[in-house]
Write a protein that binds this ligand. Structure first.
Ligand code: ARG
Length: 562
């Protein structure tokens, strides 16, 4: 139960003319601790009861009772509530110790399936910072959904089809060298692609050639197909290195190419429904119901299908195969029109389930305020960035704790955790400034800070030789009470993060929890042998469980020692 309900129920009983919801909306958090945990203002009741608010507050303070309320006090027109801190603390801590990493699990999604379209990099191109964001945000949302009882399907919808591959094949056949591509696939393929674009601006016949080769690819020409397969495999090898570093797995890697043979069916379906219209030689679905939406392009004048056509086919296929109750697309906000179009076309075709398709957008990853795509004219290779983060983490650990066993493994967890946390700590639609130095700090709102707090809690438990057992006496200090309230809120935060597809809710909450824990740590001697010691250490253990689970939901590991 939420703490606010304890006060609200007592109030509702005393003033039945106010509903529980009304009481809850009136309750305030006092600015100063000495005014208790919650305050109820009586101004609104004055008219109704024909009494001064001060008087009402006095009367209420006399009558309100609850087993979890220590006392109520009237101060002017307010009734202040003081909870039975030690009893509530015991209840919260016992529950966490009992439920362990199941603490905060919910059943709201029971029996429902959610498919998530995430990561989805484009083959023959470097894994971009945008794809990194999609990967970590999507993975965390999937973890949170699972925590809430949903079944999830993580789909990596690879960008492995489209006219650009016709261009790439043409470029390779003109200028490519097999050896070079084999030894350094992605940068070499990118070079070929860029060269093609540069030359094509002066030479129109090149674009013709690109189209010619894409047509061959669509028609399953052997030469075209084998080159495409090779480029795809080399790309996947590179992408897999990144997924391994990030520890992210997928249930399906069916990309755009997978839908090549399912495109005719989509086009005929739209045809049957009478939705297809000719426009400048191309085939489109008009979406004039929504004036802000341009027509959705289904087929180009040369008959080639488009990104939207493939997304339509994918949505239909996923509905059929997975029978999802929600489909999420974790894709940058610059594609917002595209997803609105796809959804609108499906709705126009009569598929009411399209209402449950949600684009979950996010902002850019910036470097010095600029979109991050090149550095010194070179492509930023994500793998190098991650490796650099791990190296820096190792240097930090080396200077803080040179005797730590498993330094390499811990550095990996800290370096990667730093990148993920940095991405998730602000609401996803905000742009993120990518600074390795900032994200690797052990203080402030960083991954390493949270991980370090977890390791600190563990080391206290080890030194105190704590084992789970009966908590004889509660703790009275206000620091531990603040911490208890935060731990108690964890399940509410999970529910919120799930409803809003927003991992930052959890990231912020866990930073608050760590800060609260560390303030307490600064004030109290945990290991003193007094009658509060078991209660203290049990609260430390409950904190450790909550931090670890929160990090897991964000997709971050928690080293036991740091
Ligand atoms: N490959 C695309 C890109 O890099 C992202 C795909 C997003 N998912 C989708 N179903 N369209 O822009």
């Amino acid at each position: 139960m939420k703490l606010i309900n304890i006060a609200a129920e007592a109030l509702h009983e005393a003033i039945p003319e106010l509903s529980l919801a009304q009481v809850i909306s009136l309750l305030e958090k006092p600015k100063h601790d000495q005014h208790g945990d919650l305050a109820f203002p009586c101004f609104g009741l004055a008219k109704q009861k024909r009494k001064a608010p001060q008087l009402i507050a006095n009367e209420l303070a006399e009558t309100l009772k609850s087993p979890l309320i220590e006392k109520t006090e009237a101060v002017g027109p307010y009734v202040n509530f003081f909870f039975k801190k030690d009893t509530i603390q015991q209840i919260v801590v016992q529950r966490i110790l009992q439920e362990q990493n199941e603490y905060g699990s919910l059943e709201i999604g029971k029996g429902e399936k959610v498919v998530l379209d995430l990561s989805s990099p484009n083959i023959a191109k470097p894994f971009s910072m945008g794809h990194l964001r999609s990967t970590v945000i999507g993975n965390s949302i999937a973890n949170i959904l699972e925590k809430c009882g949903y079944q999830t399907v993580r789909i990596n919808y690879l960008g492995d089809w489209g006219t650009q591959f016709g261009k790439l094949i043409a470029a390779y056949l003109k200028w490519g060298e097999e050896e070079k591509v084999r030894s350094n696939p992605i940068p070499e393929l990118l070079k070929l692609y860029v060269k093609f674009h540069d030359e094509a601006s002066d030479d129109q016949t090149l674009n013709e050639e690109g189209r010619y080769w894409f047509k061959k690819l669509e028609d399953a020409n052997e030469q075209a197909l084998s080159l495409w397969k090779w480029f795809r495999e080399e790309s996947l090898k590179e992408f897999d290195k990144i997924y391994k570093l990030l520890d992210v797995q997928f249930d399906s890697t069916n990309g755009e190419a997978f839908y090549n043979d399912k495109m005719k069916a989509v086009v005929s379906l739209l045809e049957e429904k009478g939705l297809l219209v000719e426009s400048d030689g191309a085939t489109v679905v008009k979406l004039e119901e929504t004036p802000s939406l341009p027509p959705c392009l289904i087929k180009k004048s040369d008959g080639a299908t488009l990104y939207a056509t493939r997304d339509l086919a994918a949505a239909l296929y996923r509905k059929q195969v997975y029978d999802f109750s929600k489909a999420l697309y974790i894709v940058g906000q610059e594609q917002s029109i595209h997803f609105q179009q796809v959804k609108a076309v499906l709705k126009k075709a009569g598929f009411t389930w399209a209402e449950e398709m949600h684009h979950v957008p996010f902002g850019l990853l910036l470097k010095d305020g600029k979109k991050m795509s090149t550095r010194k004219g070179k492509v930023v290779l994500l793998e190098e960035v991650i490796t650099e983060a791990i190296q820096l983490a190792e240097e930090n650990i080396q200077s803080k704790n040179p005797d730590l066993p498993d330094k390499g493994e811990v550095a990996h967890q800290v370096g990667v955790g730093a990148i993920i946390f940095h991405d998730l700590k602000n609401h996803r639609v905000n742009s993120v400034e990518f600074s390795l130095e900032d994200m690797l700090k052990f203080e402030g709102e960083t991954g390493p800070y949270v991980q370090y707090t977890y390791a600190r809690a563990n080391s206290i438990l080890k030194k105190g030789k704590w084992t789970a057992g009966e908590i004889k006496k509660g703790i009275k200090d206000s620091y531990s009470w603040e911490l208890t309230k935060l731990l108690h809120e964890f399940p509410v935060m999970i529910e919120k993060a799930c409803a809003e597809f927003d991992p930052s809710v959890l990231a912020k909450h866990i930073v608050d929890t760590c800060q609260s824990f560390n303030s307490w740590y600064g004030q109290v001697k945990f290991l003193t042998e007094d009658d509060e010691k078991t209660a203290r250490l049990s609260l430390v253990a409950a904190t450790a469980i909550t931090i670890k689970e929160s990090l897991r939901l964000l997709g971050i590991q928690a080293p036991e020692e740091m």
